[in-house]
Design a protein around this ligand. Structure first.
Ligand SMILES: Nc1ncnc2c1ncn2[C@@H]1O[C@H](COP(=O)(O)OP(=O)(O)OP(=O)(O)O)[C@@H](O)[C@H]1O
Ligand SMILES: [Mg+2]
Length: 246
């Protein structure tokens, strides 16, 4: 479903990513780990089209999207969240999701249209909010949500486009420990609905409880790739990453 092969990125002589490859089957979840600055977010930027790689191919469901514009990737079935929050804090939860739904369904110009009560955007927004369990918070300003709820809202905003492949960049970052189980459950649910997911996450307990495969990045290289227990037992991973983190 998601295929990344031989991805390289060189910026001004610096090699940010070097020969990164993995295949993720439909409905599987990949965890991406590695120290700060390893290239995890940059890899997601390449997959989502914000950064163009200097080598390699990205494909979704067999379709080469390496040179596809960012907004066209949503139509190809790709959705992502960002490491830093991307909400309109003064708008309500419902308004945030509705804007995302209008953009996804009708292109940017439809945002200017007067919203009808029962149109497709409203339905998509409602379904997405139900999927992440934020129905009770629809009239709350996004800025007044807890960090955990903000992350759920960001996930709802990508679900409106009904993506086949979802990229989550550190969903647990800044989330209070009490909110971690609820947010973990939401991720499990969107994955359980048949979506293919790749997730960068420093919270190892959460990550290992969710994923089928782990990729370890280190200085822009793929240090290890495989089943979670296999990768966590790997000596090079322990010294290069876990040793450093400890
Ligand atoms: N546009 C750019 N120009 C130059 N260097 C860049 C650019 N984008 C990223 N980098 C560098 O690439 C490296 C990887 O950064 P990246 O943000 O992908 O790391 P990360 O693994 O996501 O780290 P973190 O865990 O801190 O989020 C860093 O050294 C960063 O400074
Ligand atoms: Mg990052």
């Amino acid at each position: 479903m998601l295929s990344v092969s031989g991805i390289g990125l060189a910026i001004g002589g610096a090699r940010i990513l070097n020969d990164i490859s993995f295949e993720l089957e439909k409905g599987k979840m990949l965890g991406v780990i590695g120290p700060n600055g390893a290239g995890k977010t940059t890899l997601f930027n390449v997959i989502s089209g914000l950064v163009r790689p200097t080598a390699g191919v990205v494909a979704i469901d067999g379709q080469d999207i390496t040179r596809t514009a960012v907004h066209r990737r949503a139509a190809a079935g790709l959705g992502r969240t960002f490491q830093t929050s991307s909400l309109f804090p003064s708008l309500t939860v419902r308004e945030n999701v509705r804007l995302a739904a209008q953009a996804a369904l009708g292109g940017a110009s439809s945002i200017l249209r007067r919203p009808g009560r029962s149109d497709a955007a409203e339905t998509a927004a409602f379904d997405a909010l139900a999927e992440v369990g934020l129905e009770e918070r629809v009239n709350t300003a996004a800025g007044d949500l807890s960090h955990g709820e903000k992350r759920k809202l960001e996930i709802a905003m990508l679900l409106v486009a009904d993506p086949k492949v979802v990229l989550l960049d550190e969903p647990m970052a800044g989330v209070a420990s009490g909110d971690v189980p609820g947010l973990t459950e939401v991720i499990r649910r969107i994955h359980g609905a048949g979506r293919t997911v790749a997730m960068v996450e420093h919270h190892m307990e959460v990550l290992l409880g969710l994923v089928d495969q782990v990729a370890v990045l280190h200085h822009g290289e793929m240090l290890a790739l495989g089943a979670p227990d296999e990768v966590m037992r790997d000596r090079t991973v322990q010294t290069a990453y876990l040793g450093e983190a400890a």
